[in-house]
Design a protein around this ligand. Structure first.
Ligand code: NAP
Length: 281
């Protein structure tokens, strides 16, 4: 069994992004730029945003972080996003989710042009992925594809099971695996006899937000298991996989923390770089 280190894979990719950001700056006279908007005071969201801003600094990007108190009129936020959409010196725009109750998430996200949608959440970017013409792809599933690639495993023809069908993780994950010629099954909370699917899977991706959900008896020998879950149990971060039980049966497995997590921000940086290059090159 080998543990896939998201930290190591992520560090290598960030090194390349840093180099490319330098070349971008030499060519266009400015660094790639990411704008992040956060509303309210949810501590986890603030931690994620701080890490995104830190990530930008690490690879030499310019970042703009706009913080709004909960209760700020939606139109004030909307007009800020509209300004960023027009700004030639901003390459990526991200609204940190979830927004506090009362804000219209769909409306605010719709103000981000597809070319600056570095989260890959827009209907166009989602549709292009499902047509196997990917433009910008959701960061977490994209990061998982890099983790799978780091194992050197040939994906073509593999049986893959994705547990979870959210628009941001499960569905785009299933599309990426399908586009990579896997035979894909998507399971969710209404799936009956879920382990009958996972037991036959060469690759299992779990993205549900239930601590230690995937047990040893649910996976076959030699499977690759990717744990997306982030759950806080007694102050500790725990994944959706019961690592102690599942790891001995796997060929490869990601840990929590240090697996999928570090890749997500790295993919955001990569999407921002690519958005900048596509717009200007
Ligand atoms: P989400 O929007 O809440 O979706 C959860 C999905 O899991 C839903 O499709 C739900 O099914 C399914 N589900 C829930 N309980 C289940 C069960 N007992 N059996 C089978 N399926 C079940 O969550 P998300 O945004 O996709 O995130 C999933 C987890 O990944 C969370 O822990 C989140 O914190 C984590 N995450 C981590 C990263 C990272 O960078 N590491 C990034 C994003 C998310 P239904 O559709 O039927 O309700």
């Amino acid at each position: 069994m080998e543990i896939i280190s998201g930290k190591a894979v992520s560090a290598d990719i960030r090194q390349d992004i840093k180099q490319d950001a330098l070349s971008f700056k030499e060519r266009f006279g400015r660094a790639p730029a990411l704008a992040v908007i956060i509303v309210g005071d949810d501590p986890a969201s603030h931690t994620y945003v701080n890490n995104k801003i830190k990530g930008c600094a690490e690879v030499g990007f310019r970042s703009i972080c706009q913080k709004y108190a909960n209760g700020t009129p939606q139109e004030e936020i909307a007009s800020f996003i509209k300004g960023l959409a027009q700004d030639e010196e901003v390459d990526g725009i991200l609204v940190q989710l979830p927004l506090p109750k009362g804000y219209d998430e769909k409306y605010l996200l719709s103000l981000i042009p597809d070319s600056k949608d570095v989260d890959g959440f827009s209907p166009t970017n989602t549709g292009l992925l499902s047509m196997n013409r990917p433009n910008t792809v959701s960061c977490t599933p994209l990061g998982i594809m890099h983790l799978l690639a780091s194992t050197g495993t040939q994906l073509k023809g593999k049986n893959a099971v994705v547990i979870g069908r959210s628009n941001t993780v499960g569905k785009p994950m299933a599309m990426l695996l399908l586009n990579a010629d896997c035979t894909v099954t998507v399971c969710h909370s209404k799936t009956k006899d879920l382990s009958s699917y996972t037991k036959n899977a060469d690759i299992v991706v779990v993205a549900i937000g239930r601590a230690k959900f995937l047990k040893g008896e649910m996976v076959k020998e030699g499977a690759i298991v990717i744990d997306v879950g982030i759950n806080r149990v007694d102050g500790k971060l725990v994944g959706d996989v019961d690592f102690e039980e599942v790891a001995p049966k796997c060929s490869y497995i990601t840990p929590v923390p240090g697996g999928v997590g570090p890749m997500t921000i790295t993919m955001l940086l990569l999407n921002t770089l690519n958005a900048a290059i596509h717009r200007l090159a």
